[in-house]
Design a protein around this ligand. Sequence first.
Ligand SMILES: NC(=O)c1ccc[n+]([C@@H]2O[C@H](COP(=O)([O-])OP(=O)(O)OC[C@H]3O[C@@H](n4cnc5c(N)ncnc54)[C@H](OP(=O)(O)O)[C@@H]3O)[C@@H](O)[C@H]2O)c1
Length: 285
Amino acid sequence: MKSQSVLVLGGTGTVGSSLVADLAGKGVDVAAATRDPSKFRKLAGVRAVRFDYTDASTFPSALEGVEKVFVMLPPGQTAADRLLGPFLDAALARVRRVVTMTAAGVEMDEGIPLRKVERIVERSGVAWTHIRPSWFMQNFHTFWMGSIRAAGSIALPAADARTAFIDARDIAACAAAALAGEGHAGKAYTLTGQEALTYGEAAAILTRETGRRIVYQPVDDETFRAALLAAGLPADYAGFLVGLFGTVRAGFAARVTPDVQQILGRPGRTLTEYARDHKALFGVV
Ligand SMILES: NC(=O)c1ccc[n+]([C@@H]2O[C@H](COP(=O)([O-])OP(=O)(O)OC[C@H]3O[C@@H](n4cnc5c(N)ncnc54)[C@H](OP(=O)(O)O)[C@@H]3O)[C@@H](O)[C@H]2O)c1
């Protein structure tokens, strides 16, 4: 086994899959965590390891030979510190480097579960880096794709507030730099795109670049909550998302930071670049 083996949680996910490829491209030995390694697409330098944060029996083999860990929690959870606690106990006792992906703004309230995850990592004595991304551009082809396909619209309670959307590939590139490079220990980065757009502006860009007509429909909190519940989200997570859009309307998501440029030496991708690269996913080719 090569040195510097990195375990990537969420190795099949939006950020994790890109991170796995970036690290392998840097010659790092990568263990991609997934609940089902048999479905993992083969990639040189990458081994898929079975990992389920709800099943502690998967931790020892996932951590075998691992020196560094990328920690993330899948979306849809409101108790990140409790859910990740058992894995963090196991991992922090044996690795020497952790990069945690949480979310922009978690540092504003020590009671936020993802901030508690960061604090657990900080207190462990292991060298850490926190990456705190803004809203992902990729949400347009994941979370919001259902209503784009069904109604040609994105219905959100964001009013006309701006969001500095970030491309998940840039988040992954920053995580790869922190895991494989030097000079990032003890730092917390807020990762944003280079421009803050309203959802109306974003919808216009997506329409122009993908050829699919997409409009932004501002809705109130209760309309949004009802749509989330109808889509099957649990009430606590629906409430969490409603609250998050309150922070968007208050302007907190509009902040553009220089962190991606500082880490990568280039600005983050624009929404136009994202839309061009993902045009096929919008169903118009
Ligand atoms: N979307 C945004 O705008 C945004 C903004 C800021 C922060 N964030 C944060 O980013 C995180 C989500 O990142 P993402 O979008 O890259 O995730 P994602 O694409 O939804 O990936 C989910 C990953 O979690 C894995 N997974 C699911 N259940 C699991 C379990 N029980 N045990 C172990 N792994 C499991 C899945 O792997 P398998 O199915 O292969 O097991 C998959 O690789 C969240 O913590 C969210 O708070 C998101």
